[in-house]
Ligand binder design. Structure first.
Ligand code: SAM
Length: 466
């Protein structure tokens, strides 16, 4: 299905309450879900403005065959977007006939409302505040290229490279065609907010992965060395899996599970484009994957990024500005699954390190889940105090929770995120693990950790993990 028809169908579905934007985008079978999602969200945000312009330009009266939602998407692209990213096809000449009138009506609306920028036409609340304007992070896919080559490519395209940033301030002040390397992640480029690279040839060829910085941390902190066996428990649509494959240099094995057939289909496309060859994808409930299955006997690393409320997602905040927190009932159900999944993951016999992450801001899905798992397996796993200089830490709800990381637009210039790194106790003295994590990630001395673990165990009221 063409981009504009797919976007119109999603908008229509949202209006008739068939589902959320995200659900309908994934259900659409349109291959480039990110492109579709971005277009729908942007069009939706300007919905009232577009309705006003289309009505006053008399577009639907003049073009009887043009359906209202298709018109809305096309007019968004023509007046407010970055041109016809979907090519425009047969609609381009039709829109060209009305272009002058539509532009005039948009200009008239701005005069009427006394504003000069398109953005100022938005109602307060659907306008992204400065806090939501986080930089565009771009991970260089080391399976296909290297940072130096990508930097040269952008420089040849007229971008100005400013070296590796030394602070968040450098990222905050990025403008125009300037870009940087992130101060923390070795292969993460940073461009000004709203830089759209979905059509960029390097993205299309899988050399670049458009991935928020916070979402790059889980694989980086898991740091499986090449040759290892890794489980990605809730893997689709696969950005973190492709990052894991890059860290493994495609050597070793990733067992990736997900329940959702459509998301797995997008994931297969993403992995193929990214050149991932070490991943076995399975449509399977992770809770039904047996830790004693001989296939997983060498699994020492698990990434658990389960379904969550998504309350930290920027796109959600833009899509549903001012939307309240998830209901208690939903949180309870999500946290229940997250706890079961974490306990299940910790039952894999060779597991050495696990990263648990969510894009939720809710304590129930984050610190509480980790605390529950530690209490259920006293003395077996500990929280690793990673990235000591990271400014935003876990809520101090239990001893050691400060070892977890939180992220947000305000504190780290990223989407909202939570990350906890757990390591098996006997691994803590292993030099190789410490080296793999790098100096920033060096664990604290073992005796103190054991004490902490005992304290937790003393307060444990829940049965042990199986
Ligand atoms: N890690 C992914 C990435 O970086 O692209 C995002 C994962 S998303 C937050 C959570 C995923 O968990 C969804 O794709 C959902 O279908 C999947 N999921 C939910 N319950 C599951 C289960 N019991 N077993 C496996 N996957 C599950």
């Amino acid at each position: 299905m063409a981009l504009y028809a797919a976007a119109a169908a999603v908008l229509e579905g949202v209006e008739s309450r068939q589902g959320s934007i995200k659900g309908l985008v994934y259900g659409s079978r349109f291959q480039n879900v990110k492109q579709l999602y971005a277009l729908v969200c942007e069009t939706q945000r300007y919905s009232a403005v577009l309705d006003a312009v289309i009505a006053s330009a008399g577009l639907l009266r003049a073009e009887k065959k043009l359906r209202p939602h298709v018109a809305k998407v096309l007019v968004y692209e023509l007046l407010l977007g970055r041109g016809f990213r979907g090519g425009g096809g047969r609609w381009k000449p039709l829109l060209a006939r009305h272009q002058a009138r539509l532009k005039a009506e948009l200009a008239r609306l701005k005069v009427h409302r006394g504003v000069s920028r398109n953005e100022d036409l938005l109602e307060v609340g659907s306008r992204p505040g400065p806090a939501l304007q986080v930089p565009r992070f771009v991970r260089v896919n080391a399976l296909k290229t290297c940072a130096d080559d990508v930097i040269d490519y952008f420089k040849r395209q007229g971008f100005s490279y400013e070296g590796r940033a030394s602070s968040l301030e450098d990222l905050r002040s990025l403008k125009g065609k300037h870009f940087l390397l992130d101060p923390l992640l070795p292969e993460l480029l940073v461009f000004p907010a709203h830089t759209d690279l979905h059509e960029h040839p390097l993205y299309q060829a899988g050399h670049l992965i458009l991935q928020d910085k916070a979402s790059c941390l889980p694989a980086m902190l898991l740091a499986p060395p090449p040759g290892s066996h890794v489980i990605d428990a809730c893997a689709a649509p696969g950005n973190k899996t492709s990052h894991l494959a890059a860290l493994l240099k495609n050597q070793g094995k990733i067992f990736a599970f997900d329940l959702d057939e459509k998301r797995l289909a997008s994931m297969a496309t993403l992995l193929a484009r990214a050149g991932v060859s070490c991943c076995e994808l399975a449509e399977k409930d992770f809770l039904a994957v047996s830790p004693s299955d001989q296939r997983y006997r060498q699994v020492q690393y698990i990434l658990l990024d389960p379904s969550c409320s998504g309350s930290g997602m920027l796109t959600r905040q833009l899509e549903e500005p001012g939307a309240g927190a998830p209901s208690k009932k939903r949180l309870h159900a999500l946290a229940g699954f997250q706890q079961r999944a974490l306990c299940h993951a910790l039952a894999f016999p060779s597991l050495r390190r696990l990263v648990y992450s969510t894009c939720s801001l809710c304590q129930e899905e984050n610190e509480d889940v980790v605390q529950d798992a530690l209490q259920k397996s006293p003395g077996t796993f500990r929280l690793v105090p990673v990235l000591p200089s990271w400014p935003h830490r876990g809520l101090g709800t239990f001893p050691g929770a400060e070892h977890c990381l939180r992220a947000s637009p305000e504190t780290t210039l990223t989407g909202g995120f939570f990350i906890a790194v757990l390591e098996r106790e006997e691994v803590s003295s292993s030099v190789s693990q410490t080296e793999a994590l790098g100096p920033e990630l060096t664990p604290s001395p073992a005796p103190k950790r054991k004490q902490q673990q005992r304290k937790l165990a003393a307060g444990a009221s829940t049965p042990p993990c199986t």
